[in-house]
Design a protein around this ligand. Structure first.
Ligand code: NAD
Length: 292
């Protein structure tokens, strides 16, 4: 299985980052989005990310120029499917959208093309069941922001073949990522562990064991986490955090029951940075600054 071209469906937060990494990895890259403005914004973001990479000395100017030449945009999933050896969908986290896309992929993609989803937690097995090639279906879970985050979590669905996993490993390697493989299960590796850490931090805050600032400081300086659990929760969105925990609670049991204080913050509309206030207050903070 020799992947030479990668099509990315959805040019939002993740899709544009995946297209950036694919082009830099030497792949012919095809980017598609149903919203023309998303596609334009995605391309503008990619150009800016490359320029920043050059400015920071992470990308050579020649590599940037060559990578940009490898990217093209198309206006339909059918067009994206035509030439690609691998399709990666990064549309919103709604199963119906993903099932629709996998049906289209199966219809229009090359017979041996790999069909991948960047889902944060939906079942790849269910997506694969829409196709006549479940052995070629796989989860490729990238992290935000894709150009900077080193990990690629490969999700093995019920019928994913070894050959498919091997092809994805190689793509990950060429994109400059470190690859881990996980059998399909709720939260994969990262979200499952992270959800528990975040929930435990809320339990300590609720019990008055320490302040939010000190809990964050302790995990950063004592455990070497790059961000504290509250800083991270506020960045991702506490509503998103709650949703992940609710799903883990439903599927994996009591250990994952969302802390009541987290629920209360979400009910109050304190969703994190995007709302101006989460555990911390961002109302007067400049972008990128944690007022605490
Ligand atoms: N944002 C993150 O931090 C993150 C991290 C890992 C995984 N994910 C997963 O990645 C996926 C995408 O998330 P995102 O944050 O990039 O979403 P986003 O909302 O930023 O982008 C989604 C894009 O898909 C486009 N789109 C919607 N329906 C489409 C369709 N039918 N065909 C083509 N394009 C379509 C939208 O116009 C939009 O540009 C989700 O499954 C999410 O769970 C997100």
């Amino acid at each position: 299985m020799d992947v030479k071209s990668i099509a990315v469906i959805g040019a939002g937060t993740m899709g544009r980052g995946i297209a950036y990494a694919a082009a830099l990895g030497g792949y012919r890259t095809i980017l598609e989005d149903m919203m023309p403005e998303s596609l334009e914004q995605g391309m503008a973001w990619i150009r800016k990310a490359f320029d920043e990479g050059v400015a920071r000395g992470k990308v050579e100017a020649g590599a940037r120029d060559a990578a940009l030449k490898r990217i093209e945009t198309v206006r339909s999933v059918e067009d994206a499917c035509r030439e690609a050896d691998m399709l990666i969908e990064a549309v919103p986290e709604e199963m119906e959208l993903k099932l629709e896309l996998f049906t289209l992929f199966d219809k229009f993609a090359k017979p041996r093309a790999v069909l991948a989803s960047n889902t944060s937690g939906l079942s790849i097995t269910e997506m694969a069941a829409m196709t006549f090639r479940p052995e070629l279906c796989v989860g490729m879970h990238f992290f935000n922001p894709v150009p900077k985050m080193k990990l690629l979590e490969l999700v093995r669905a019920l019928e994913t073949s070894e050959e498919t996993i091997a092809a994805c490993r190689e793509v990950g390697r060429r994109m400059g990522k470190e690859v881990v493989v996980v059998r399909e299960s709720p939260g994969f590796i990262t979200s499952r562990v992270n959800a528990l850490i975040g929930n435990e931090a809320f339990a300590m805050l609720e019990a008055g064991i320490a302040s939010a600032e000190d809990i964050d400081k302790a995990l950063k300086l004592g455990l070497n986490h790059p961000m504290g659990p509250f800083e991270l929760g506020d960045l991702v969105g506490l509503d998103v955090r709650l949703g992940v925990l609710e799903n883990l609670h439903k599927t994996l049991g009591e250990k994952y029951r969302p802390n009541p204080l987290l629920r209360q913050y979400v009910s109050a509309g304190r969703l994190g940075r995007k709302a101006g206030r989460g555990v911390f207050d961002y109302s007067e903070a400049k972008p990128g600054e944690n007022k605490g």
